[in-house]
Design a protein around this ligand. Sequence first.
Ligand SMILES: [Zn+2]
Length: 481
Amino acid sequence: MPAKPGKAYRSYAVSMPLNRGKAMRLRVMLRPWRLGLRRTLLLLEGGLIRGERLPRYVDAKQWEGFSQRQWDSITRQARAMMGSWIELRVIDFRSIVSHSTLDDGMKRELWRINLRHAWWEPVDDEAHRMARRIMKHLRKRHRFPNPMRCRTLSMDGKIAEIQPSAMGGTFPYWARISTLDKGRPIHAPLDIHSDLNPHLDPRDLETLANHLQIRFDEDGGMTVRLMTTQDKAEPRVQGDVVGLDWGLSSLFATSEGRLYGLRLFAWLQQRDEELLALTRDLARSNVGYRDSKRFRRLNKRIRDHVTNEVNRVLNLIADDRVMELVVEDLDFRHGGLSKRLNRIVTRAGRNAVRAKLERLHALKGITITRVNPAYTSQECLRCGWTSPGNRPDQKHFRCECCGYTCNADIVAATNIKARRSRPEDWRWIGRHTILSRLRKEHAQRCPDRSHCPSRRPEYGSPTSAKTKAKTDARVKKTTTS
Ligand SMILES: [Zn+2]
């Protein structure tokens, strides 16, 4: 989609009933389309590695096999694939730097390089060498997008024109789609569902964009989506600031003391058992996961459910009173699930939260602020004492120093909200620096110095190497940060 500034986009599933001949003529486009994506992506990768920025558009003049208009759609789709790959690596990079033992000066340099996506900038200093090393490591785990596995043709209006039906009839809209045969487009009827219907009214704020997405599903079917566009909302200037924590026992906790999505975890545990039984079956019969329809269906069911829950809950939280949401900068992780399910949930949850927050910003004008969540689940709201000992278990918070008790997720959400008022360097300083600052603050406001746990030998001074190692070991034991 040609993303214009000031515009927000959204996609809706529609039905496109086609006879076999037409469906075939679309399907044969997939392979050359993939090769076109690959050609573009190789060009973009080369540029990135040489330290260039991702270009606004790719010049595909003289490229053959497709019409120039088709190349426009292909290169734009490839650029979007690379764009989202980069966005995810920015988050991974930040997470690695933030969890590392690098000194704060180096962290600040890396933080700045990451902000500009300048990992491969041809500068030969220590920070850039480190940045390249981190990216090399990340690229081993997350290869550049693979176009040969892409199943989607993303076509703009120049090659897939969406028009209202001229003669009325059964189908309200038709798409005129260019194919590989020059001058022989396909006319495809579109059946619009109830969620998109209200936006077809030209007076509606959200209007139909001339854009069509066709996805060829693994099981031979086809999923078709239409896009809408609408003006972004003005930022809200008054209202509440709400901190959010996403976690294990509740999907979201807010700094206002509310818990949402409490049934998700139990639901996931049930799916985990199904997943385990299924993978055991598949292993016994020697079937690869990707070839199993049941596995794909269960996988999709889990992803869809997580996405729906994230959207439902964030809609409830982000009501008319909210001006700003404060969220943690790092990952979305669910402990207590199998490794395989954890991966599915993490990926789906992270994508859903990111997309939903973006939409809340674009369509409702809610400011999204990201903060470093280090120790937000261990910091006492009343006296500031910060220690893994404040967390007797996943669910509860009980301060070792002042005895304050509360739901652990709500404590985290409240601390996340408070982090927005910290100086900017709190976003990139290391965990140890944060801990030592929190300990110093606590020393000033501790209600009872003589009984303060900071006097216990095992806590000592938070900056001493011995304590650091000990604290690290204890932090590792608790699954949340
Ligand atoms: Zn306390």
